[in-house]
Design a binder for this molecule. Structure first.
Ligand code: AMP
Length: 420
């Protein structure tokens, strides 16, 4: 292993690709910020118990994928494998739900950690932008979140994604279905681990990716046939609101998701250009989670979109984001005196809100102009001894190639004018 290699299953974000990641985070959060969601940030780690109780003892995330550690003080912590449990914990701790303004709408962006088998699109450290709407049961809220994620992906120019939608029922009807499913599954030809799963979390067997398992599941009882009237009506309303908003979705009764806390509405955004790791985002309603972690009854709904996979989806669709050059003006000094003077101009430009950069390191004109080109700057400022003696700098328009002498004292104002 090379000394400079990032740990297995991780990678670094470096320029220029890192700019795309920032733009994706920005694009995903923009519709949320415009819709009453406030920013929340929680620690990168939590007490193990939060996830064990919240995400579910029997889930792969908790049993196999969590990075756990014992601190020197003896605390059992886990690097966060997902965002919802932490955000709900933080909202409860801050009593946001008691401020009398429900739902509490929050968005977040950060790093998540799962000890998974690395492959294309699956990493041990990844990045999500998420949203949670806490404390309200209203189909319009479920619809809002799905519409905002759809809007985010569209604003990025993505087209080849689909929305899969399902209802998992509630504490009335799901147990009845669960039992019917268990009875069906127990008669199938399955391996030991899957048999154990039947007893702990039978719905997740439906999610098994293996063809031989899927073949046996064709006649499995369908959750849809067991939904109680309240859940059915709720789900129909979510579907109607999405349709009215022009958001296309596919009913997918096999969609169960890997976390235990979901109830009623569940959905996933999948992208058809990503191979096996096709889920770019997912979420749903989690009416029981607050109580599972020791809080009051707070019906809630949320989603998390994977930033890494969204970037891969953009690449799969060959979408080039329109990222404006970060540098508007690049200054190239020729000689010591010019260095001092132009450095001053650069500082002045920056204070005026103009993005400016400087040829550091006293390089020659040719190398410095190459850097100016690479920076994407619209203008360069070049000055040598003779220019300074005349009290001017050379201002070059990098698009037209035109160059003119501008009085030094007016350079910043002239650039501000030209850059609008
Ligand atoms: P989940 O909570 O598992 O539904 O994750 C939500 C989204 O996060 C997924 O749709 C992925 O886009 C992303 N995600 C989850 N796990 C990983 C991972 N190991 N590597 C990269 N992205 C991930």
């Amino acid at each position: 292993m090379s000394t400079f290699q990032a740990p297995k299953g991780t990678y670094d974000l470096t320029p220029p690709r890192s700019a795309t990641f920032l733009a994706v985070r920005e694009a995903i959060s923009a519709p949320l910020r415009d819709s009453g969601y406030g920013y929340i940030e929680t620690p990168g780690f939590e007490n193990v118990e939060l996830f064990a109780r919240g995400v579910g003892e029997s889930t792969d995330i908790v049993t196999k994928e969590m990075y756990t550690l014992t601190t020197k003080g003896g605390d059992q912590l886990a690097l966060r494998p997902e965002g919802t449990a932490s955000v709900l914990r933080a909202a409860l701790e801050a009593n946001l739900h008691k401020a009398g303004n429900l739902p509490v709408k929050l968005w977040y962006s950060g790093s998540y950690y799962r000890y998974e088998r690395p492959q294309a699109g699956r990493y041990r450290h990844f990045s999500q932008v998420g949203a949670e709407a806490i404390g309200t049961e209203d189909p319009a809220l479920d619809a809002e979140l799905i519409i905002l994620a759809d809007q985010a992906y569209r604003s990025l120019g993505l087209r080849r994604f689909r929305i899969l939608l399902n209802s998992l029922g509630d504490k009335e009807c799901r147990p009845v279905y669960r039992e019917a499913l268990q009875t069906f599954l127990r008669d199938l030809d399955l391996d030991e681990e899957t048999r154990r799963r039947i007893e702990i979390n039978p719905l997740r067997v439906l999610d098994d990716k293996r063809a031989d398992v899927q073949k046996q599941l064709t006649d499995a009882p369908k959750l849809r046939d067991y939904l109680c009237d309240a859940c059915k009506a709720y789900h129909e309303e979510v579907r109607a609101l999405l349709t009215a908003a022009g958001v296309a979705f596919e009913d997918d009764e096999k969609l169960v998701r890997g976390l235990d806390y979901y109830t009623r509405t569940t959905f996933e955004f999948v992208h058809d250009g990503l191979g096996s790791q096709s889920a770019v985002g997912g979420g749903g309603r989690y009416d029981g989670l607050s109580e599972m972690i020791g809080g009051p009854e707070l019906p809630s709904v949320g989603w998390a979109l994977g930033v890494d996979r969204t970037v891969l989806a953009l690449e799969a669709e060959s979408v080039e984001l329109d990222l404006p050059a970060t540098t508007s003006v690049y200054a190239v000094p020729l000689g010591e005196e010019a260095r001092r003077v132009l450095f001053g101009v650069v500082t002045e430009l920056r204070l005026a809100g103009i993005a400016a950069d400087f040829a550091f390191g006293g390089r020659g004109l040719k190398g410095a102009m190459k850097s100016a080109n690479r920076s994407g700057a619209r203008y360069t400022l070049v000055a040598g001894e003779r220019d300074l003696a005349e009290g001017v700098v050379q201002l070059k328009d990098m698009e037209s190639g035109e160059q003119s002498a501008v009085p030094l004292a007016e350079a910043a104002a002239e650039l501000a004018k030209r850059l609008g």
